[in-house]
Design a protein around this ligand. Structure first.
Ligand code: ADP
Ligand code: MG
Length: 197
């Protein structure tokens, strides 16, 4: 029998799944698809997202294709533990906005036998790893990287390019502020930007 740090029993049925990729790559759609299937199997589900993400709705996760599911907005990752004691499956969207505590929280949930499905941006608009995502990817049992379509070349896109002027790491927005780009188009676009400065 395995014991965790506090000496509690670790049940062996829990795990962490991470869905990552750029904006518009279908992370939220994939999260919704998995949760809907768990619902068909009559599992107890809770979905969380960070309070910062108020783009489409406060109490829902919404995909760019207008699919949605009810969710709870929370300020700190720790709150997830309190609110999901009775759930079997935990969905977390926009995980990149959470504090680093999200990693321990996901481990604790999985250790107590729960299925944890986390979706988030793996890179920010500068092409750098985003917040706690690298650590979440490291501790997950299953990792899925989804891709968008490059709006300039039609090829596979894994980068999020900011089309407006702002240096803020967090700038909520949609197709008016961001576009999905391939590696080639992303680095080309940023070179052009750097030259203009
Ligand atoms: P994410 O959560 O990764 O931002 P969503 O699941 O919300 O993505 O949205 C995916 C949907 O976004 C696609 O099904 C499509 O309708 C729409 N979309 C808009 N722009 C693009 C793009 N450049 N590439 C792919 N899908 C796009
Ligand atoms: Mg999304």
């Amino acid at each position: 029998m395995l014991l965790d740090k506090s000496g509690d029993k670790i049940k062996d049925s829990g795990w962490i799944e991470v869905i990552c990729g750029s904006m518009f790559s279908g992370k939220t759609e994939e999260l919704i698809r998995r949760i809907k299937r768990a619902k068909i199997a009559k599992q107890k589900i809770k979905i969380f997202k960070p309070k910062q993400d108020v783009r489409f709705a406060k109490k829902k996760i919404v995909s760019h294709d207008k699919n949605s599911l009810k969710s709870k907005s929370i300020k700190s990752a720790k709150k997830i533990l309190e609110l999901s004691t009775k759930s079997q499956v935990i969905g977390i969207d926009e995980a990149q906005f959470f504090d680093d505590a999200i990693v321990d929280v996901c481990n604790e949930l999985a250790n107590s036998g729960k299925r944890v499905i986390v979706a988030g941006l793996d890179m920010d608009y500068k092409g750098k790893p985003f917040g706690p995502m690298p650590s979440l990817l490291a501790v997950a049992e299953y990792v899925t990287k989804v891709h968008a379509v490059c709006t300039r070349s039609g090829k596979m896109a894994s980068y999020t390019h900011r089309t407006v002027e702002s240096e803020d790491l967090i700038l909520l927005g949609d197709t008016k502020k961001y576009e999905a780009l391939s590696r080639k188009e992303f680095f080309k676009a940023n070179k052009v930007k750097a030259k203009k400065k």
